[in-house]
Ligand binder design. Structure first.
Ligand SMILES: Nc1nc2c(ncn2[C@@H]2O[C@H](COP(=O)(O)OP(=O)(O)OP(=O)(O)O)[C@@H](O)[C@H]2O)c(=O)[nH]1
Ligand SMILES: [Mg+2]
Length: 207
């Protein structure tokens, strides 16, 4: 089986209040850029990222949704059929954490039963300037079977860890549901290669 044939695509949706840094996280991860003047998202935007875990090429198909309340009703369009949800809040604004809880409730009722959920406590670079309580968020994450990561899109900290955790958990799920179908999947240890270059197709021969 060629590596191309084994490429797995997973749909990831980002949800969270407006201005918490969803777009900034995705742009930092995919293009390694950050803007202090990032424009608010209208409806949603779409990006893809390819990575290789344990020799298995994976494509993350990423839907970055608009956080403004007026777009809330569009949520189901993007989280329906999603394999994973990245719930983002701003650690300097506790209201944005309440919004995460609201999204989680909605996902638990409306989304796929086995959707992978991860929480990003973003803007960790501002930790010193404001009061925050990460412990409450961490225990909440545990109760919903999610992992919580401290991130800073501005400084680029924690970003790879978040997306890698999502991809690895999705791959693990796939592995357990299709035992035997993917012999290349590792049992232990994950080696990640970013954006594996595509191989040239073999030259066509003989007219
Ligand atoms: N200090 C700091 N600022 C950040 C960080 N991430 C995002 N920002 C800033 O926060 C603002 C909002 O960021 P966005 O990425 O547009 O937030 P969003 O969640 O996509 O917002 P909507 O599209 O309205 O839902 C921008 O001014 C960013 O520069 C971060 O990690 N640290
Ligand atoms: Mg945005």
């Amino acid at each position: 089986m060629s590596s191309r044939a084994r490429n797995l695509t997973f749909k990831l949706v980002l949800l969270g209040d407006g201005r918490v840094g969803k777009t900034s996280l995705v742009l930092r991860y995919v293009n390694n850029v950050f803007s202090e003047k990032q424009e608010t998202t209208v409806q949603a935007s779409y990006l893809t990222k390819r990575l290789v875990i344990g020799g298995v090429p994976i494509t993350l198909s990423i839907w970055d949704t608009a956080g403004q309340e007026r777009f809330h009703a569009l949520g189901p369009i993007y989280y329906r059929d999603a394999d994973a949800a990245l719930l983002v809040y701003d650690i300097t604004d506790s209201d944005t954490f309440l919004r995460v809880r609201k999204w989680v409730k909605e996902l638990q009722q409306m989304a796929s039963k086995d959707i992978v959920m991860v929480i990003a406590a973003n803007k960790s670079d501002l930790i010193r300037s404001k009061k925050y309580d990460i412990q409450e968020a961490e225990s909440y994450a545990t109760t919903i079977g999610a992992k919580l990561f401290l991130t800073s899109a501005k400084f680029g900290t924690g970003i790879n860890d978040v997306f890698l955790d999502i991809a690895a958990r999705l791959l693990q799920k796939k592995k357990s549901s299709f035992q035997g179908l993917s012999p290349a999947l590792p049992r232990k240890g994950i080696i990640v290669v970013d954006d594996e270059p595509e191989r040239e197709p073999p030259p066509k021969c003989c007219s």
